[in-house]
Design a protein around this ligand. Sequence first.
Ligand code: PMP
Length: 428
Amino acid sequence: MNYSALSTAELNDLYLELQSKFDAYKSRKLSLDMSRGKPCTEQLELSVGMLDVISSSDSLKTRDGSDSRNYGGLDGIAEAKELFAKVLKVSVNEIIIGGNSSLAMMHDTLSRAMIHGLYSSKTPWSKLPAVKFLCPSPGYDRHFAICELFGIEMITVDMLPDGPDMNQVEKLVREDAAIKGIWCVPKYSNPDGITYSDEVVDRLASMETSAEDFTIFWDDAYTVHHLTDNPDRLKPMLAACKEAGNPDRVLMFSSTSKISFSGSGIAVMAGSESNLNYIRKQLAVQTIGPDKINQLRHTRFFKDTDHIKAHMEKHAAIIKPKFDTVLSILETALSGGGIAEWNKPNGGYFISLNTLDGCARAVVSMASEAGVTLTKAGATFPYGKDPRDRNIRIAPTFPTLSELTTAIEILCLCVQLISIRKLLADKE
Ligand code: PMP
């Protein structure tokens, strides 16, 4: 039933029917938090065995015989670098293992760029009259928050089904030397679940940029987070940059936050040796070394990429039914209504829902009246402003199946009610 084909009287009748369903939910005084993409307890349980792999002082030695409890090992233990080099398809010298958070590594990298510049910079970015970043959107709100903190002007770029709109990107970076970077979540993107095509990877790697130190912040957070047996494939970005003659163009980031423990995983960055050597020198002033015991736990527990793959299949077995539940409720309630569209991701942590223009904020606010907390509308855009006010990020992993079912049924009712209000207002 397409809503726009309904008469005013039919829309009013439908509104009343849906309103009474919504009121019934409201009277249940629910409290369901769907706002962040956190793993659920069952997922965290998958990695508790990691806490047993180190039990004696002997087992605290790294492969090269050094004691993981002591200072040193600035860019990580050899076995961790080897494992994540394979995950990110780079060589061992192109990896730095950090602390527990890749977001912290991104923040610190931008902070150092502001104060000192990056390896290819002539001038520290904070000394320039303006610094701008391209932000393919909808995107990850915490990337945008880092830019806001440092006063970096954000330029919204549209997301297309195979990545950022490269026509827009190429034009902007060719014409404006103040554009120093772009945020990319290239695989199972947050929130659209999109994986960049080979063509997008190649165009990013080879495009002409006005800034000599233009840098792609390649946040490959969901690189092994598949939901299907036929996962998306992402062309390796560092290799593409080298091939295009721009080896220093990309800095890559990832972590095990959604592989092992969200608060106690290990984070990693990757890039050309020149880029990383420049950063290693600065890191050596910041720290004598990261938490190597945690790196040892991770490498002993995960062993190799085959074991990571098998481990991620266990995650998928837990969360796929949740994604399927959301998709089936959306399908039942909204399909064919012409009032919403959504993606069906092959991996990652989110389902991205687009309402009719101008409805997302009202939907999120109405859902909160019934006790359902969603990610703030607008959060997926720079400055928290969705120009079409239509994108809602759904994070299915944390709630139980029954909480999720209730929350999405409420969300769908809100989408229906707010859409009807808009359609009725448009008729007036
Ligand atoms: N990048 C993206 C795209 C994310 O979605 C998240 C987590 N929501 C992070 C980074 C955070 O990673 P970390 O826990 O390693 O800081």
